[in-house]
Design a protein. Sequence first.
Length: 137
Amino acid sequence: MRDILEKLKVTKKDLEISAFKLHVPDELDKKKARAKFRLLLEKYLNDINILSLLWAGYLLHEKLEKERPEINRDDPVQFVADEIIGMSIANYIGGTNAIFNFRRYDTEKPGILTKLDPVLDDIVGGLIAGIMTKIYE
């Protein structure tokens, strides 16, 4: 688990800060929502399916860096594999609603998402969107 976060160059705190930049408070106060986020993050960072998708995204990023670096720099609109992985992560965790939440995080890129390469921001965004959606199930 820690290995993938190190490879992605993110911390659990980075994930939490980014997640709550778009948080809209409601009946669940922010303190309880943050506690639930941390619990769900631990759960899904130990889920073999999520780990596999995160690794797939990371390995795609690495391969592109070597063979097609312009994709990691420019994020061309016709390249959608990173979006598919991000949406798959979000959907696995939070269902269909999480895909809509993924779009929010992908568009606004709060916190650490602005600092990540185009492939990595989508897989990390998918993780955040899925967990934030799951909090309110």
